[in-house]
Design a binder for this molecule. Structure first.
Ligand code: GLU
Length: 328
């Protein structure tokens, strides 16, 4: 399946005939990459292991609101840690940078996403995009009670994707009942005074955010909102303030692919985030957002095809943020 949805007739990409270039690029890449069967589906959360490993959807949403899709772009999956940058942005908007900076660092970890490790010297989680940081952020989010906090978090995601998402109860329960590792991280942070409040409620909110259902079009719309100065280009609604957006994109650039973040920045060179469900988003500021769904993961927990698609797009459309850096 290959689809073009026109939301706007305006075209502002820097290259000529961008619509045709984007559509041609994703069609070509889908065709090339669909034959790749490397990698394993995440199974440490049992419910994630039940997915068809060969599902494959690509969607690009431009900052003009145009939508281009190919493959299984309407198949739903859970956000997993793709929700982390969104919750980080929400916490920044709610509490301000100073407060958040005290609680969570901004360094790449060099460790797997679920490492039970904190930053040397400060005992903060090293960044908000790995489990430790995301759990700490969940503990800071505002709200009167667990229901209010959940509603506010879902409202935040709704601004990025254009509709209120639901929480996949099967995945949520599956995460919650196999969460020894995340509980260890939470207890370690509490030991160092890095996690206050009710630990079980905080973990539940974290699991709920990981269990939010989206499809690839919604994921690409989320990425496009991050690309479009924080305004959803399809709905016109602002999802995050510009000042918080800068921090979110910076951390996605340096930490978005767990311990493979350096290689990603080197090869592809745009802010991105992956999740263990196989979702993958990349943000090209001022131009477009990319969403990919393909559940086979590499050894670092990143979607194999998600990386390949973005490597291909970056090369075909010249997207690396430093690729046009020439001397005056
Ligand atoms: N829910 C997953 C976990 O806690 C998220 C991991 C990820 O996508 O990075 O392990």
């Amino acid at each position: 399946m290959s689809t073009v949805l026109n939301n706007s007739s305006a075209i502002s990409l820097k290259h000529s005939r961008p619509s045709i270039r984007v559509l041609a690029a994703i069609n070509e890449l889908h065709g090339q990459i669909a034959g790749l069967h490397e990698g394993e589906v995440a199974s440490y959360i049992p419910e994630l292991g039940a997915v068809d490993p060969d599902l494959f959807g690509i969607c690009v949403v431009t900052c003009d609101g145009e939508v281009f899709c190919v493959g299984d772009a309407d198949h739903e999956f859970t956000l997993q840690s793709l929700s982390n940058p969104i919750m980080y942005g929400l916490a920044l908007d709610q509490l301000g940078r100073q407060r958040i900076e005290k609680a969570v660092g901004v360094e790449p970890t060099g460790n797997p996403f679920h490492a039970v490790v904190l930053e040397r010297g400060t005992n903060r989680p090293m960044n908000p995009l790995v489990n430790a940081g995301a759990i700490a952020i969940a503990g800071l989010l505002g709200g009167d009670d667990p229901t209010d906090r959940l509603n506010r978090a879902l409202d935040a995601i709704a601004l990025y994707i254009g509709e209120r998402p639901s929480v996949d109860m099967g995945v949520f329960i599956s995460e919650r009942t196999t969460a020894d590792r995340n509980r260890s991280i939470a207890y370690l942070m509490r030991n160092f005074g890095r996690l206050e409040g009710d630990l079980d409620q905080t973990l539940d909110l974290y699991f709920q955010m990981c269990s939010v259902r989206v499809n690839t079009v919604q994921l690409a719309t989320m990425a496009a909102t991050l690309a479009n100065a924080g305004v959803n280009p399809r709905s016109g609604q602002r999802a995050i303030t510009p000042v918080s957006l800068r921090d979110v994109l910076t951390v996605m650039f340096t930490c978005g692919l767990y311990e493979q973040s350096g290689l990603w920045a080197y090869r592809v060179g745009v802010p991105a985030k992956s999740g263990v469900s196989g979702g993958f988003m990349a943000v090209v500021p001022g131009l477009l957002g990319v969403g990919v769904f393909s559940p086979r993961l590499n050894s670092g927990g990143n979607s194999v095809r998600g990386i390949k698609v973005c490597e291909g797009l970056a090369s075909l459309l010249n997207l690396h943020v430093f690729c046009n850096t020439t001397a005056p």
